[in-house]
Structures are given as C-alpha cells and as structure tokens.
Ligand binder design. Structure first.
Ligand code: G6P
Ligand code: MG
Length: 225
C-alpha cells in the first residue's frame, strides 16, 4: 500500500468540540453585545483562536487593540477549557477508534494534525493520549491552515514521506492545507462544502482499509497520484 500514515484533524473528525468552541465564543459575544449565530460559527472551523476572534470582531464591526484582544482570547479559552474538562471517552465520534485500530493492525501509522493548543487536554479527557504515533498541534506548529505546516510536521514526526500520507479533515482550510502539503485528503462532512477533497465521507464510521485501498487505485488510474 502507498499509504503509510493517516493524519487526523482533531476537532470535528475525532471529537465534536465545535459545540464547546461555540458555547465559549457565544458567551464572549454576549458579553461584547455582538450577535453571533451557529452559521457564523461555521467560519471558525479549523481557524486559530486569534483569527477566530478577528472574524467575530469583524462580524460585530469592532476594532480593538492587541492587549484587549489577548484578554478576550484568554477569557474565551478559560470558558472553553471549563467545558472540555468535562469531556468523556463517550464523546469520541462514531467509528474513529475502530478505524484507527484497523490502521494500526495493518502497520499504518496514525498521527494528529490540529490547530488547537488544547489538543493534549482533549486527548487526555477522552482517553486517547497514548493512541497517536505523532502529534502536530497548536503547541508545536505556528502557521495556520491552509498552510501545510501542521501536516508536514505530523508526517515528519511520524517518520513518513509526504506521498505516504492521507489526511482526514472537516474544515475547508484543512482540506486546502492537506492539498498544499501534496497529500491525499479525505473530507469529513458535506461533499458540496469540501469540494476539493479526493473523497468525502460523513464520518470515520464510513471509513475502512478497503475504502482507502480503492481510493489509492482510483487516484492512481486517474493519474492524480
Ligand atoms: C481547531 C478548531 C478551531 C479552533 C482551533 C484553535 O482548529 O477547529 O475552531 O479555533 O482549533 O483551538 P484552541 O483550542 O487552541 O483555541
Ligand atoms: Mg476540524
């Protein structure tokens, strides 16, 4: 098999933390008197903490100084951490553990590629802190998706060539990051949104090794890889 490592985004792929990000941002926007909807929240998926705040301030038509923004971002994170501290292994999304186990049984490495600085805490709360062979996250990567850094770093830490990596992503910026890295990308979500991914599935419960092998064959035949 060409695939030697699968790199997973965390939020929206392994766990559904988008709702906790939303709850924390909602609390902040209420304090600021900015109207913030679930639809607005979609724009924040895969986007770093500060860039998310910038989007919210843009929605509210506000301009703040850097120290003010840092304080707000810290406040949001305090609330977010309160929520994720209560997460349990029951919040791992359907099929994620099963697919990861199948990959490991077949000697395919599993890595994580997330923008979140809270990755270690989330993994610990859901009991997955010993699952991944390599972790690239907001703590060891500086350039935000769609920059490919988070995925190239994960590949490097996993000891696998770029061409041997397949990325699983739920955010448009994340799919772009994977493609910018020169990797195969499987989107998690809606095919009409994740148009550029090589394949889109609803969740990891729809994934298995056979599907991965078929995708490799299809892309090979189409001359894409
Ligand atoms: C992920 C999420 C984003 C979040 C970012 C930073 O990419 O999809 O919504 O803003 O991580 O997370 P953090 O936990 O560092 O604030
Ligand atoms: Mg995500």
């Amino acid at each position: 098999m060409r695939t030697k490592a699968c790199i997973f985004d965390l939020d929206g792929v392994i766990v559904d933390t988008a709702k906790y990000h939303y709850m924390a941002w909602k609390r902040l926007t209420e304090k600021l008197g900015i109207t913030f909807t679930v639809t607005d929240n979609e724009r924040l998926k895969g986007v770093s903490r500060m860039a998310s705040l910038d989007i919210i301030l843009e929605i509210g038509g506000r301009k703040l100084t850097m120290p003010e923004k840092q304080e707000l971002a810290a406040q949001k994170n305090e609330w977010y951490v309160e929520y994720i501290n209560m997460m349990t292994p029951g919040e791992i999304l359907p099929g994620a553990s099963e697919f990861i186990d199948e990959l490991k049984r077949n000697n395919i490495r599993v890595a994580l590629g997330s923008a979140s600085k809270n990755t270690p805490l989330i993994l610990e709360r859901v009991g997955m802190n010993h699952v991944f062979d390599a972790i690239a996250d907001g703590n060891n990567v500086t350039k935000a998706k769609p920059d490919p850094e988070v995925f190239t770093k994960a590949a490097e830490l996993a000891g696998v060539e770029i061409t041997g990596c397949v990325v699983f992503e739920d955010a448009i910026a994340g799919v772009e990051a994977a493609l910018n890295a020169g990797m195969i990308c499987i989107g998690i979500g809606d095919p009409s949104v994740l148009k550029d991914a090589h394949l889109v599935v609803k969740g990891l419960h729809e994934m298995n090794l056979d599907k991965l092998i078929s995708l490799e064959k299809r892309l090979g035949n189409e001359g894409i890889i």
